[in-house]
Ligand binder design. Structure first.
Ligand SMILES: [Zn+2]
Ligand SMILES: [Zn+2]
Length: 105
C-alpha cells in the first residue's frame, strides 16, 4: 500500500510520509519523531517516555518531548565524542572541531 494514498492522523489535509509501528497509524512528517532507530508518532513517543501530555497548538512543529530528546541526544553525543577523542591521538584533540561545535556556547 502506498503511503501517498494515506493521510496524516492529525492533519487530514496532509499526505502521510511515515507509519507508526506502535499504533500502526499514518502520520505526516511533523507528527513523527525518530526514537531508538524507529519512526514513531508523537503520541506513542510521549507514552513510551512517560512525558507530560502533548501540548497541541502551542508548538505544533516541535513537540516538547522531541526537544527534550534532542537535548538528551546532544548531551550524550557530546560526552560520547569527548570520550572517544580521549582514546584517539592528541592531534585529533587539538583539532577538536567535532566536539567543539556540539558543546553549548
Ligand atoms: Zn503511534
Ligand atoms: Zn500531521
Amino acid at each position: 500500500m502506498s503511503l501517498h494514498l494515506q493521510v496524516c492522523q492529525n492533519h487530514s489535509e496532509r499526505e502521510a510520509v511515515a507509519r507508526c509501528p506502535v499504533c500502526r497509524l499514518y502520520f505526516c512528517r511533523e507528527c513523527v519523531t525518530e526514537h531508538d532507530d524507529q519512526v514513531v508518532c508523537a503520541a506513542c513517543l510521549t507514552k513510551s517516555v512517560r512525558q507530560e501530555p502533548l501540548q497541541q497548538g502551542r508548538y505544533p512543529f516541535v513537540p516538547r518531548s522531541a526537544a527534550f530528546l534532542a537535548g538528551l541526544f546532544i548531551a550524550g553525543a557530546s560526552f560520547y565524542s569527548f570520550g572517544r577523542l580521549l582514546l584517539l591521538v592528541p592531534t585529533s584533540f587539538h583539532d577538536g572541531s567535532a566536539w567543539h561545535s556540539l558543546s553549548p556556547p
